[in-house]
Design a protein around this ligand. Structure first.
Ligand code: AMP
Length: 427
C-alpha cells in the first residue's frame, strides 16, 4: 500500500475544524491590523533561498527539497516565506505604489528535517512581513500579532523572548569579540559548534550541547555592544510590549537560525509542546530586499508553525469547537416523495441551512440513525401521502416535538418557514 511520505500528514475531516478556526482567527486579526494577504508559488528558483536565507544556515545547507526540473532548472520547495515575499515585493514593485506594505500569508512549507512531535517535512505557517519602515513600533507589532492570535485561540502557557542583534557593523565587531573569547576553548566545543565557529559563529548560540551551553554562559553578550539606535529601538519595543500587557524576557543568546536578521529578534515559546517549543519566531531584516536585488527597503516579520500551535492547544486542552450540525435531515418515507426531495433540499440550502438526506436508499430506521449521527437539529419527513395533502412533518430532534408544516411555506414563503424553525429551536 502506498502511504503518505514520512513527515507529511493528512488533515482529515475530523481535524479540519481546528484548522479553519485557527485560519479564521489569523485572518481576522491581520485584517484588523490592515495587513493584506499574499500567496506565492510553492516552488522558487533555488538561488532565491540560497541568497536570501544564507548558504551556511541549516535550512539551505541540509534541509531544502531541491530538484532539477525537466528543463534543467534547479527548483526548491519553499522552506520559509520571507524570501518569497521579498522576491514578489521586488518583482511587482510593490514599494512604488505603497511606501509601507503590510503583508500576511498562510502557506505550506517544506524542510527535510528529522520528523518528531511538532516537526514535520511539510508543515504550515502563518506569518507577516512589513516592508518599508524602520519603526520599532512594527517590530513590536510583529510580536503583538502572534501573541494576540495565540491568546485569542486560548493558549496560556506562553513566554515571549526578545533580543537585539544590533546593526551589521556592531554584529561584525561582536563576532570578533566572541571569536577571541572562544579561541582557547575550541577543542571543547561540539563538532557542530566547531564548524559554526568557522562558518557562522553566532549560530553557536543555537547549540543544544550541554558543554557548549556551559562555555557560552560566560561569553560576552552582544546586547552590551549595541549601537545607540539599536538600543533606543529595543527600548521602544520593550515599552510597547509593556503597554500592551505582553510579558517578555530578554534572552541575550537568541540569535535565530537565519542570516538576514538585524536588530530585533524574538520567539514565542510554549511550555506545553515538548522539545520543539517555539511557536513562532521572527525579527527585523533591513538589508534583505537589497540583498535580493531590490531598492534598499527595511523589513520586519514573523512566522508561526500551525501544527505546533494546534499541538499546544491540544495539550492545554484549550480548544473546544462546536461542530456545525446538520440543520435539517430529510427522511424519505417512500419513493413517491423523491420528486420533491431535491427541490426542498436546494430551497433550504439556499437559505444557508446545512441539509442532507439519504443517498443509499436505506430504511427509515437507518435514515433516523444517520440523522442522529450527524446531530441533526431537525428531521423533515417526506412521504407521498403527506405531500398529496400539501403537508410534511418537521421533528425537533432535541425536544422531540413534531409540527405539521405546509409545503407552500417552503416553496412560497420560506421566510415564514425559517421563522417557525427558529421558534422551534428555542422551544
Ligand atoms: P523558522 O522559519 O525556522 O523561524 O520557524 C518559524 C516557526 O515555524 C517555528 O517557530 C515553528 O513553529 C515552525 N516550524 C519550523 N520548522 C518546522 C517544522 N519542520 N515542522 C513544524 N513546524 C515548524
Amino acid at each position: 500500500m502506498i502511504k503518505a511520505i514520512t513527515g507529511t500528514k493528512d488533515i482529515l475531516p475530523s481535524d479540519i475544524n481546528k484548522w479553519l478556526h485557527l485560519e479564521e482567527v489569523v485572518r481576522k486579526l491581520f485584517t484588523c491590523y490592515n495587513y493584506k494577504e499574499i500567496r506565492t508559488p510553492i516552488f522558487e528558483d533555488t538561488s532565491l533561498f540560497a541568497r536570501g536565507i544564507g548558504e551556511e544556515t541549516d535550512i539551505v545547507s541540509k534541509e531544502m527539497y531541491t530538484f532539477i526540473d525537466r528543463g534543467g532548472t534547479s527548483l526548491t520547495l519553499k522552506p520559509e516565506m520571507t524570501a518569497s515575499v521579498v522576491r514578489a515585493f521586488i518583482e511587482h514593485s510593490l514599494g512604488a505604489s505603497q511606501p509601507l506594505n503590510k503583508l500576511f500569508y498562510i502557506s505550506p512549507m517544506f524542510r527535510q528535517e528529522r520528523p518528531q512531535a511538532g516537526r514535520f517535512r511539510q508543515f504550515h505557517q502563518f506569518g507577516a512581513e512589513a516592508l518599508g519602515s524602520q519603526s520599532p513600533l512594527l517590530d513590536a507589532e510583529m510580536i503583538q500579532l502572534p501573541y494576540f492570535i495565540f491568546k485569542e485561540l486560548g493558549l496560556k502557557h506562553l513566554s515571549v523572548k526578545i533580543n537585539s542583534l544590533g546593526e551589521t557593523e556592531i554584529r561584525d565587531k561582536y563576532k570578533k569579540v566572541l571569536r577571541d573569547y572562544l579561541s582557547d576553548k575550541i577543542e571543547r566545543l561540539s563538532p557542530e559548534s566547531k564548524k559554526r565557529f568557522e562558518t557562522n559563529i553566532l549560530r553557536i548560540f543555537d547549540s543544544k550541547d550541554e558543554t557548549d551551553i556551559q562555555l557560552l554562559k560566560e561569553a560576552p553578550k552582544l546586547i552590551d555592544y549595541l549601537d545607540d539606535k539599536s538600543r533606543s529601538n529595543f527600548e521602544t519595543v520593550k515599552q510597547v510590549l509593556k503597554d500592551s500587557g505582553i510579558p517578555y524576557e530578554v534572552d541575550t543568546q537568541l540569535v535565530r537560525g537565519l542570516d538576514y536578521y538585524t536588530q530585533t529578534t524574538f520567539e514565542i515559546v510554549s511550555s506545553k509542546v515538548g522539545s520543539q517549543s517555539a511557536l513562532c519566531g521572527g525579527g527585523r531584516y533591513d538589508f534583505l530586499v537589497e540583498e535580493l536585488g531590490g531598492k534598499s527597503t527595511p523589513g520586519v516579520g514573523f512566522a508561526s508553525g500551525i501544527e505546533r500551535v494546534l499541538l499546544a492547544l491540544e495539550n492545554e486542552d484549550a480548544l473546544s469547537l462546536p461542530e456545525r450540525n446538520v440543520d435539517i435531515y430529510i427522511i424519505r418515507i417512500d419513493e413517491t416523495a423523491s420528486k420533491y426531495l431535491h427541490r426542498i433540499a436546494n430551497e433550504l440550502r439556499n437559505q444557508n441551512l446545512v441539509v442532507d438526506f439519504d443517498y443509499l436508499s436505506r430504511s427509515m430506521k437507518a435514515q433516523m440513525r444517520e440523522a442522529n449521527k450527524f446531530n441533526a437539529n431537525f428531521v423533515l419527513f417526506l412521504g407521498g401521502e403527506e405531500l398529496e395533502r400539501g403537508l410534511f412533518t418537521l421533528k425537533n430532534m432535541k425536544s422531540g416535538k413534531q409540527d405539521m408544516i405546509g409545503i407552500n411555506t417552503i416553496f412560497e414563503n420560506i421566510k415564514e418557514f425559517l421563522e417557525k424553525l427558529n421558534a422551534a429551536k428555542t422551544t
